[in-house]
Design a protein around this ligand. Structure first.
Ligand SMILES: [Cu+2]
Length: 500
């Protein structure tokens, strides 16, 4: 076994960037000490071309069908450092990647050959409620031996992913996940594209999987893995890419880890956040909680290695390294092609309903599994744990002492704009995700960020963030922290959107 963090190759920071490298390390260290890195809005100022107006309607492609079989499989990663016949995956590829054009009908049939029920939630996709993949809430659990077919046409372009929504610590922890890329957002083709899926694995000394969380982790920042991977190889992953403007689709698909990413050795710009196009602005560093994605364009140099770092660690961790190949493709100064604007409805802030959510520790400690023992239809031992450490508005999922489905945290009328104030009362970070809708980021009391849309808002300790969205998608939608152990131990609720 190698020590943790994994040893990096003996490369020094690129010439000329050592000071920046050191500074960012210092920022990360400061943040680890509980003081989040601060940035001013001016740090995100950009002279690049802004987001392109939608201006065209993407034609749907040929309907696409996928067949998944969730079951136990054997995989060996990192030259055998992780070797287990007890991975759980959707396909014979541990990391399935679906690419589908925007608005194209996508059909995914999931056969469950696990020994427990499962489902697929399509993170960030604004789809019909019945396709959202939350057992008991949007569909019956897919029991062992059963099948369920998901059918939807992704309305938004971008970098998304999917995973189960019960016993998620274990099911996602053992490998039930994949990437969903919805194409059709590029105004000009980039010269190359790279998918970077970053996640940790917890293993025994022998390399077998240890997917379960711990009470200690669940009640704090979460349980961290001991081996870091990029695209299922040991970080850093090395890749050869074209000498031009290269798109990187970076996904943090870890259960727990918050990263602060940056690129050294190339000019780089952020072009999309959680899949949602933004007017390109320079990438200095960007913080990504679990489930968060970032699309970057970098101008590859004619020579030299470009490095993707996670600075949110005692020492910066090299996640990936890119080496240029072929002939130079771009001669003009770096000005990344912007993406097409998304079709996310514009919130009407003048008539918005304002709702405040406080994320805090929970006062509840009672066992909850007796709900399942009593046959409560919406609950079982896979969807509940026997611990509640966390709460939203003092309510843990499920509500204390009630023998009924938890009441919605809020009920919204279809079409109304909701402004949410998300208040983190804890000393920990929480990436807050809502299903079926996409937030417009409005403001923060600590960490002002440029205008963008997002499906997962990272709250730093004691931070207050305001977001807005149009509640245009009827149904019961989960609203929860995406540090999976926090979700599983109470920091989860539901928001109902009703036909007016
Ligand atoms: Cu959390």
């Amino acid at each position: 076994m190698k020590s943790y963090p994994p040893s990096r190759p003996s490369v020094a920071p690129p010439n000329g960037v050592s000071r920046r490298w050191m500074l960012k390390g210092a920022v990360a260290l400061t943040a680890l000490g509980g003081v989040p890195a601060r940035a001013a809005l001016s740090d995100y100022a950009s002279a690049y071309r802004p987001l392109a107006p939608r201006g065209h309607v993407q034609a749907a492609g040929t309907p696409q069908q996928e067949k998944f079989v969730a079951r136990q499989r054997s995989f060996s990663l990192m030259d055998g450092q992780i070797q287990s016949d007890n991975f759980w995956s959707f396909t014979d590829d541990l990391l399935p990647v679906i690419r589908v054009p925007q608005h194209t009908p996508l059909t995914v049939t999931l056969k469950n050959e696990l020994a427990e029920h499962t489902a697929i939630h399509w993170h960030g996709i604004r789809l019909p409620n019945a396709m959202d993949g939350v057992p008991y809430v949007t569909q019956p659990p897919i029991e062992p031996g059963d099948e369920f077919t998901y059918e939807f046409s992704p309305p938004d372009t971008g970098s998304f992913f999917f995973h189960p929504h019960c016993n998620t610590v274990e099911q996602l922890g053992r490998g039930l996940f994949g990437a969903l890329i919805v194409t059709g957002d590029e105004t000009e083709a980039y010269d190359d594209e790279i998918l970077c899926v970053v996640r940790d694995w917890r293993t025994t000394a022998a390399g077998d999987l240890l997917p379960v969380g711990t009470d200690e982790g669940a009640s704090r920042s979460g349980t961290f893995g001991n081996l870091r991977t990029t695209n299922l190889t040991q970080s850093p992953a090395y890749q050869t890419v074209a000498q031009g403007d290269v798109r990187v689709r970076l996904m943090n698909l870890d259960n727990t880890r918050v990263m602060e990413v940056g690129i050294e050795g190339a000019e780089a710009a952020i072009i999309a956040i959680d899949g949602n196009p933004v007017s390109p602005f320079p990438l200095s560093s960007w913080r990504l909680g679990p489930a968060m994605r970032l699309d970057i364009v970098m101008r590859m140099p004619t020579q030299g290695t470009v490095k993707l770092f996670d600075y949110f660690s005692a020492q910066p961790v090299l996640l990936a390294a890119f080496n240029p190949t072929g002939a130079p493709l771009r001669k003009k100064a770096f000005d990344p092609a912007p993406l097409f604007k998304s079709d996310i409805p514009t919130p009407d802030l003048t008539s918005a309903r304002k709702v405040r959510f406080d994320f805090s520790a929970s006062a509840q400690t009672q066992a909850l599994q007796d709900y399942a023992a009593e046959g409560v239809p919406w609950a079982d031992e896979l969807c509940l744990t026997d611990k509640t450490f966390w709460a939203i508005n003092k309510t843990a999922w499920p509500e204390d002492g009630h023998r009924q489905a938890p009441a919605p945290l809020a009920t919204l009328r279809k079409g109304e704009t909701c402004v949410m104030e998300l208040v983190n009362q804890t000393p920990h970070m929480h990436p807050i995700h809502m299903h079926g809708h996409t937030f417009k980021y409005l403001s923060s009391n600590k960490r002002p960020l440029p205008p963008h849309h997002t499906d997962t808002v990272l709250l730093t300790p004691k931070e207050r963030v305001k977001v807005a969205f149009v509640a245009d998608n009827p149904g019961d939608w989960m609203f929860h922290c995406h540090i999976i152990e926090h979700q599983d131990t109470g920091m989860m609720g539901m928001i109902r959107v009703v036909e007016s």
